[in-house]
Design a binder for this molecule. Structure first.
Ligand code: HEM
Ligand code: HEM
Length: 200
């Protein structure tokens, strides 16, 4: 009888945290690591002292950029087919919910568009370049105007990325450290607070 009571306390009263599934969490934090590597390699490339180092950093940058693009396609396919997205806490206002989801979709759009502008910029140079342990041959003749257009888009994309990531990461940390409502925990591998499931 005692064990039945204990079972009931644990099955009825413990709040099950509503969290992202394991694979979505892996995709999220792997993306953060790769984004860090991309910004670092771009800035180290700009500051490189010799041509050899600059070329190797650009090769790393391009390859990681293509990897993050492929990872994002897989991530979106997983999200569409089975990935679990927890409901927002009941206290979330309508505008706040639109802001949070809008920022997330903007980041998905950038994760798709930014590697493409980088790739087009490189392709329109009209020269072969090393990519992902191989080499991409020249696909089109050199086109300076299109190359500059893609370069500008890549630069603007990077600025937008920084803005969205800053807002998003600060909001996530605010939820985790100030509100303590389980939103940050829902994306951490080991959550410390439960998240109330009330709203879609
Ligand atoms: C999410 C993915 C990516 C991010 C966040 C990113 C970010 C950046 C940043 C911050 C810069 C320096 C600013 C600039 O000069 O435009 C840069 C430069 C560059 N990126 Fe990317 N990049 C990404 C993907 C790619 C890919 C896939 C390629 C090519 C395959 C690429 C090729 C380049 C090139 C060629 C430059 C210019 C280097 C120069 O001429 O100084 N990027 N990228
Ligand atoms: C310190 C850095 C970061 C923190 C603390 C953080 C935190 C979070 C949290 C708590 C969520 C869940 C939010 C919710 O359910 O409403 C989330 C979702 C998300 N994060 Fe981050 N994040 C960080 C960096 C990034 C970066 C660098 C990217 C992409 C470049 C990113 C892209 C996303 C996306 C797309 C989602 C939505 C997932 C989905 O529902 O499909 N995050 N993040």
């Amino acid at each position: 009888m005692y064990s039945t009571m204990v079972d009931r306390i644990y099955t009825d009263d413990v709040i099950e945290p509503d969290r992202y599934d394991f694979l979505s969490i892996v995709f999220h934090w792997a993306t953060l690591l790769l984004i860090g590597l991309l910004f670092w390699s771009a800035s180290a490339h700009e500051g490189a002292q010799d041509g050899d180092t600059a070329a190797r950093l650009l090769e790393l940058h391009r390859s990681v950029g293509v990897i993050i693009w492929l990872l994002t396609l897989l991530r979106l396919a997983w999200k569409a087919s089975g990935g679990h997205v927890p409901a927002l806490p009941a206290t979330t206002g309508k505008l706040q919910a639109i802001g949070a989801r809008g920022t997330q979709w903007a980041m998905y759009a950038l994760l798709i568009a930014q590697p493409l502008s980088g790739l087009l910029q490189s392709i329109w140079r009209g020269k072969a370049f090393p990519l992902l342990l191989g080499e991409l041959p020249p696909l089109v003749p050199r086109d300076k105007a299109l190359m500059h257009l893609a370069h500008d888009m890549h630069e603007w994309g990077a600025q937008l990325f920084i803005a969205f990531i800053a807002v998003h990461a600060l909001a996530g940390l605010f939820h985790g450290l100030v509100r303590r409502d389980g939103v940050l925990g829902s994306m951490l591998p080991f959550p410390r607070t439960a998240r109330c499931r009330n709203q879609g």
